[in-house]
Design a protein around this ligand. Structure first.
Ligand SMILES: Nc1nc2c(ncn2[C@@H]2O[C@H](COP(=O)(O)OP(=O)(O)OP(=O)(O)O)[C@@H](O)[C@H]2O)c(=O)[nH]1
Ligand SMILES: [Mg+2]
Length: 379
């Protein structure tokens, strides 16, 4: 019959010495564990418990996991015993220290613990969700460490890139000629009507309108109707050669708005015609009208193709129809043209505002617009 015995001692060294003394040098250690020995029904000090047998074939009593450990129970030398005890004390001290640190709220992570999976940069995902191109977002964020960045700080980083131009500056003496160009249907004619109304009715400036969009009868009629409502004169021009004469007719005006036909950026001939118009005018401020609802790649294409013209400003339209505004930042970074106005709806003349970098940056960061109709003083 196998002899299985339990030994308890303060240290493993003592327990093993007891095993050897009792069962001899071929004793088999079946299990070791730490136990809290109860003294008079209460938890006492921690003890080491060793189960051992003198029968080396006692497989059935073995716990499943531990490999069979045959301990050659040589009594440890005095030196080894004291070293083992010293190590045990050190372990106890370390345990106490860790418990103390944990109580003080210090995170105790072993240095070889697997690193936390890095959380994605929240600012980068905010910007890419706003449809800021990833490369532009990364470049923007590279100057500030993620943890020190805040939403207002990000907004101001973006605002720095959204250069604005302020309202059209009227020079005394001669009329300021402002031409709006851009792709089809972005809101050129409507924006001219809004600006003409603002300058004529609210600022009491002398305003003239010229249209060279004679490709569609409806286009001429559209601007003529606005000119009648606002009560400002209009000239219709059929070729670039007639343009200087039309401008001369408005020599006594403060500002002259020139409406042009929407041009596909893909049609080089049409863009060439616009170029000819610009070249006919000595002084002309050209505003490229872009819609916020156009995707970034198409906007790049538009700006590049229209860049054969002397572009001075950008007007962003249809902010009310867009949910993300990263494309404004993308274009501003790739083609830094000052932004003059933004438009926020179909109402003439209310839905136009002088572009403000901070406001636009807040749209990029925060999404969908909450723009209020333009105040009279804004233009
Ligand atoms: N929601 C919204 N619609 C706008 C805005 N600006 C213009 N629109 C509308 O967009 C449509 C086209 O506007 P137009 O002013 O005719 O555009 P255009 O650039 O002159 O068009 P083409 O001359 O054909 O190239 C009209 O229905 C306008 O009312 C805006 O800021 N927001
Ligand atoms: Mg038009």
């Amino acid at each position: 019959m196998a002899d299985v015995r339990k030994y308890q001692a303060k240290t493993i060294t003592e327990a093993l010495a007891m095993v050897r003394a009792d069962l001899g040098r071929d004793a088999v250690i079946l299990q070791t564990r730490k136990v809290n020995k109860k003294v008079l029904g209460v938890w006492g000090r921690e003890m080491v418990e060793v189960w051992a047998s003198d029968n080396p074939d006692l497989e059935s009593l073995r716990r499943p996991q531990p490999a069979r450990t045959t301990v050659s129970v040589e009594p440890p030398s005095r030196e080894q015993s004291s070293r083992i005890e010293q190590l045990e004390n050190e372990i106890q001290n370390l345990k106490a220290m860790i418990a103390q640190l944990a109580r003080q709220g210090v995170a105790v992570v072993p240095s070889n613990a697997p690193a936390e999976p890095s959380t994605p940069n929240r600012w980068l995902s905010l910007l890419t969700q706003a449809e800021v191109e990833e490369a532009i977002a990364r470049e923007l964020l590279s100057s500030v460490p993620e943890e020190t960045l805040s939403e207002p700080a990000l907004q101001s980083l973006i605002a720095d890139r959204l250069v604005t131009a302020g309202p059209i500056a009227l020079e005394g003496g001669q009329p300021k000629v402002v031409m709006l160009v851009g792709p089809t249907g972005v809101g050129k004619t409507t924006t001219i009507a809004k600006l003409a109304a603002q300058y004529a009715l609210l600022q009491r400036k002398r305003v003239g309108l010229i249209t060279i969009d004679t490709y569609r009868i409806a286009a001429v009629e559209q601007l003529r109707t606005y000119s009648q409502i606002i009560d400002v004169p209009i000239r219709v021009v059929y070729s670039s050669t007639e343009l200087p004469a039309a401008v001369r007719e408005f020599a006594n005006m403060d500002v002259v708005f020139v409406d042009t036909a929407g041009r596909s950026q893909r049609n080089t001939m049409q863009i060439g015609e616009l170029k000819a118009c610009c070249e006919r005018l000595k002084e002309c401020e050209v505003h490229l009208v872009l819609s916020c609802t156009t995707k970034t790649r198409d906007l790049y294409d538009v700006v590049e193709r229209f860049s054969v013209l002397p572009l001075h400003r950008v007007i962003w339209t249809k902010l009310d129809e867009s949910t993300t505004f990263g494309n404004m930042l993308n274009v501003a970074v790739k083609h830094p043209l000052p932004i003059s106005y933004v438009t926020t709806g179909q109402r003439v003349p209310e839905d136009v505002e002088v572009a403000e970098a901070n406001k636009l940056a807040s749209l990029v960061v925060g999404g969908a617009p909450s723009l209020t109709p333009v105040a009279a003083s804004a233009v």
